[in-house]
Design a protein around this ligand. Structure first.
Ligand SMILES: [Zn+2]
Length: 424
């Protein structure tokens, strides 16, 4: 089965400033050819004149089913207080809630041009099922908490592997954070991951309190504390990094560990502003994520790109601290690198997965286009997302979801949430 997308403006995100007019041939889930495909034959040929093709956005840190808790407990004054409200709710979530919460999140991801996401949550087998039905690429981490005993128990209950399909899904492992998990828990997880070839992730240096508590209790900064557990010697990515000090950033960069910047969540929970332009200059790979919809309160990488650009400018008082192209890299190729998946996704190149987003700029909010990269970071909106392909399968067609019944999902989420709130 071949699909040919013709007459696109293509932004491959392989080289700063590069865009050109051309075609994309999709075959067997892959981008088979990019450029002039006028001699190619295909089962489906689509004239895409006027549309812009970019790589599917990569949301490198989220908690997908937290869509259930969107706009809930929004007046907590900081992360610790908010977690105190959220954890008891999470204890009541079961398979059904996770499935519908995941479906809701997937609908939002597709409609905002995201084709891959890294999830850190529970009941991952239900998120996996939802991903396969919706057709979205997931890097799914079971979240581990507590001491070694608790970690051992959670790992032995892992039920995700039966749901993996080899193309869309990968099983990663997450240890929640250094303030909720013991040193032994990190060590045990590192050993387990090494044995099973798993890629690991964790929240790190999200708040000033996390950094100062770690210093007080161990005499070490969080990244150095984590390093002594062996966790950073694995293929690894960490979320937030708001309070990382230069020597920690250099340590992470030297170990090939990426940081996922979550600007909306960091603003909303008053955690601070990660100086990611500075991190980049120190050699760190910085990706972008939304965090959960409960601390954002949406899952749109489009909004995240714009906020990342704005915060970088205002926090450094330097308009050039992160250029629009660099922001687009953070949301695509850097996300792929963070997830150790850059050979499969993150750019539009021959041989990579056909994860492609088509943008229709011929609307009021993007006219006139002028600088195409500025337009993508500062003017783009969800209503401009025309089509989304993941592994060549079309999940969005002229703004309409093709694999998800959105009204049915919203009804079921409302029903599940009502049950959870009542404590049934
Ligand atoms: Zn998070």
């Amino acid at each position: 089965m071949k699909t040919l997308l013709k007459n696109l403006t293509i932004i491959p995100v392989t080289e700063e400033g590069l865009h050109f007019t051309g075609d994309i041939l999709i075959e067997d889930r892959l981008i088979r050819r990019i450029g002039d495909c006028s001699n190619e034959k295909a089962d489906t040929v689509r004239d895409c004149t006027g549309l812009i093709a970019i790589p599917g956005l990569v949301n490198a840190h989220t908690h997908l089913s937290m869509t259930l808790m969107r706009n809930y407990k929004d007046t907590c004054s900081n992360l610790q207080e908010w977690l105190g409200e959220i954890f008891p709710i999470e204890d009541r979530l079961g398979d059904e809630e996770i499935y519908w919460g995941s479906m809701l999140g997937l609908a939002e991801l597709i409609k905002s041009g995201t084709t891959s996401f890294a999830d850190m949550y529970f009941h991952q087998w239900m998120t996996a099922r939802a991903c396969k039905e919706a057709g979205v690429r997931g890097f799914l981490s079971l979240t581990l908490f507590g001491d070694e005993e608790e970690t051992r128990k959670r790992l032995s209950s892992i039920r995700l592997d039966d749901e993996l399909d080899g193309d869309l899904l990968r099983r990663d492992l997450a240890v929640h954070a250094i303030y909720t998990c013991s040193e032994d828990s990190y060590r045990y997880t590192a050993d387990w991951a090494r044995e099973h070839g798993a890629i690991v992730n964790t929240h790190l240096s999200e708040t000033k309190k996390e950094m100062t508590d770690c210093l007080e209790q161990s005499g070490m900064l969080p990244a150095f504390w984590l390093d002594k557990t062996g966790f950073l010697d694995l293929p690894c990515y960490v979320a937030h990094g708001v309070w990382l000090q230069d020597e920690e950033v250099k340590l992470l960069a030297s170990k090939g560990v990426s940081v996922v910047h979550n600007p909306s969540s960091n603003c909303k929970l008053a955690s601070g502003i990660a100086p990611v332009g500075h991190f980049r200059k120190l050699g760190l790979n910085v990706a972008l994520g939304t965090d959960g919809a409960s601390s954002n309160n949406n899952l749109s990488m489009i909004k995240e790109m714009r906020l990342a650009a704005m915060l970088s400018t205002v926090s450094t008082m330097d308009v050039g601290s992160l250029r629009p192209y660099q922001i687009l890299e953070m949301a695509t190729v850097n996300g792929a690198k963070a997830l150790h998946a850059e050979l499969q996704i993150g750019t539009l190149e021959e041989g990579k997965k056909a994860d492609i987003v088509l943008i229709n700029p011929a609307q009021a909010n993007m006219t006139p286009l002028n600088d195409i990269f500025s337009a993508l970071v500062f003017s783009l909106s969800e209503n401009n997302i025309d089509s989304v392909y993941v592994s060549g399968r079309q999940l969005l067609d002229k703004g309409r979801l093709t694999t998800i019944d959105e009204a049915e999902v919203c009804r079921n989420v409302a029903r599940c949430w009502e049950k959870i709130r009542k404590g049934e």
